[in-house]
Design a protein around this ligand. Structure first.
Ligand SMILES: C[S@@+](CC[C@H](N)C(=O)[O-])C[C@H]1O[C@@H](n2cnc3c(N)ncnc32)[C@H](O)[C@@H]1O
Length: 504
């Protein structure tokens, strides 16, 4: 294990070598970065100069060692980091030497960062994780306790997390510690847990190097935080529904030990008991779509007993074939000799659970303490405006506003959100449009079809007049009965408030 003092000295060396996010991204260039996104190192090699002559180029040496995952001459690595740190990294199992005297990363260290948000500090540091298994067409086979680096799923969870100042935050299943790096930017205290001791060891490296003081705890689900409550819980749990594997073969980073989506259910349902008043739990996950029960009813069955408000967004739906093919390929088994048997076995497993599809999406729970919690479950496969976290915060808050009695709703002076635009569609020269749509250019990018009365109401909501006064004026203009128009528009006004088109 690396001593804290070693990690602090390592940080100094990384900074001195300009092995930090912006300089490294600049060195790789646009093509180099895009290539790495496709798991191809060729464009990055060209950016470094191929063949690469390390000379005194410490930054280039570290990019070769940790980003391209090459074997690099030991003397060049010692030049970049210092011989004693190379030895310490070797003793900690993060580097290994080969017979030819070259050094290779067992667990690479890559610069990581994110911009500051309106309510959160910038993230700047490094993540330490196992080697990326798919670079340059490699097999993708990994050890059972493999620790994932930042993945597209981690980025999505980071984007959907509500970034508001909170007291205590929990990162459940921290892996390399990536979510904790983000949480530290707006939480007073961060607890990070994992079932995998290797994950905690690498997360400790990531967090100490990045100057983040998180409380790391080993254990399954909520065992390490028994009796504790948090203002924010985030998790990207091992949600892949795979057939049970023999001990030591289950890929801990992606597969739970419970059947089907039971581990996801536990993360969500048990998580609700660990939320402080007004606390939020945000999870990126998969869930089973079973025969004979609408997916939303099944998930509502999990959520209703928690007593929390819930917003569930299904982003994608896969059939069992697509699902199994995707995850066999992820494990590097798509060209394995026993691929067909594994494929059939997995399909049979899902069929045995009654799984006819898999939903991929986001679950956000808020402990609002409401007598009648608001449950909203919807399929929304359309483009959204990332980061979406603010939209979750607004949506949870909009429930409070929309809950008002009709009289209070009508007495409020609403403002149309500045990101709402009106689109009209019709034949050229026609007096009236055939379709009138109010569209959000923010968050979930929702859209609603409006008629003249509703569009006029929204258009006049600038915080000056009450909704009731505006509807009265519209009734005069349209020469209709004001009470009838009020009765027609009030439920639609409530929906517009709940969806964040109008705010107070
Ligand atoms: C998909 S990875 C997510 C890692 C990281 N949080 C991210 O966002 O990239 C899931 C993590 O959950 C951990 N894990 C697996 N089973 C767990 C359990 N029962 N309790 C807690 N963590 C678990 C795995 O070891 C792994 O680090």
């Amino acid at each position: 294990m690396l001593a804290d003092a070693d990690l602090d000295r390592l940080r100094d060396r990384l900074e001195a070598a300009d092995y930090t996010l912006d300089p490294v991204l600049a060195r790789l260039g646009e093509s180099g970065r895009a290539g790495l996104g496709r798991n191809s190192t060729m464009p990055a090699r060209d950016a470094l100069g191929d063949p690469f002559d390390p000379g005194d180029d410490a930054q280039g040496t570290l990019i070769r060692l940790w980003v391209l995952q090459d074997a690099v001459p030991a003397d060049r690595v010692a030049h970049a980091l210092g011989g004693d740190l190379v030895r310490a990294l070797g003793a900690a199992g993060l580097l290994e030497s080969d017979a030819a005297g070259a050094v290779r990363a067992v667990a690479p260290l890559r610069p990581y960062g994110a911009e500051a948000g309106p309510h959160s500090a910038a993230v700047a540091g490094w993540i330490c994780h196992d080697r990326l298994p798919n670079l340059d067409g490699q097999s993708g086979r990994v050890r059972a306790d493999h620790v994932l680096g930042g993945s597209p799923a981690s980025t999505t969870l980071a984007q959907l997390t509500i970034r508001r100042p909170v007291g205590a935050a929990l990162d459940l299943g921290t892996g390399c510690g990536v979510q904790s790096l983000h949480l530290a930017g707006h939480a007073g205290r961060v607890v990070a847990t994992d079932l995998n001791p290797r994950a905690l060891a690498l997360a400790r490296v990531s967090l100490r190097l990045s100057g983040v003081d998180a409380d790391l705890r080993l254990g399954s689900l909520y065992e390490p935080v028994a009796g504790e409550r948090f203002d924010l819980i985030v998790s990207n749990p091992p949600y892949v529904m795979a057939p049970p594997a023999p001990a030591g073969e289950r890929l801990t980073y992606r597969e739970g030990s419970l059947p089907g989506d039971d581990l996801v259910r536990r993360v969500v349902v048990d998580g609700a008991r660990h939320l402080a008043a007004d606390g939020t739990l945000q999870v990126l996950c998969n869930w089973a779509v079973t025969s004979g029960e609408p997916w939303a009813d099944r998930l509502a069955g999990w959520l209703r007993p928690t007593g929390c408000d819930a917003l569930v967004i299904e982003r994608e739906r896969l059939d069992p074939y697509e699902y199994v093919e995707m995850w066999l390929a992820d494990a590097g088994l798509d060209r394995a000799p026993d691929h067909a048997q594994r494929y059939r076995h997995w399909l049979d497993y899902l069929a045995g659970l009654g799984v006819v599809g898999v939903g991929l999406g986001w679950i956000s729970l808020r402990n609002a303490g409401r007598a009648h919690p608001d449950l909203r479950l919807e399929r929304w496969p359309f483009d959204v405006h990332q980061p979406i976290g603010e939209a979750f915060a607004a949506q949870h808050r909009a429930v409070d506003l929309a809950e008002r009695a009709d009289a209070a709703l009508l007495a409020a002076r609403w403002r149309v959100h500045p990101g709402v635009v009106q689109e009209t569609l019709g034949r050229p020269g026609a007096a009236d449009p055939e379709h009138l749509v109010l569209r959000q250019s923010f968050g979930l990018a929702r859209a609603v079809e409006a008629d003249t009365g509703l569009a006029a109401l929204v258009g006049a909501c600038d915080g000056d007049l009450t909704a009731s006064e505006i509807i009265g004026a519209i009734a005069v203009l349209l020469e209709v009965d004001a009470d009838a128009l009020t009765a027609e528009l009030t439920p639609r006004l409530r929906l517009l408030v709940a969806d964040g088109y109008l705010t107070d």
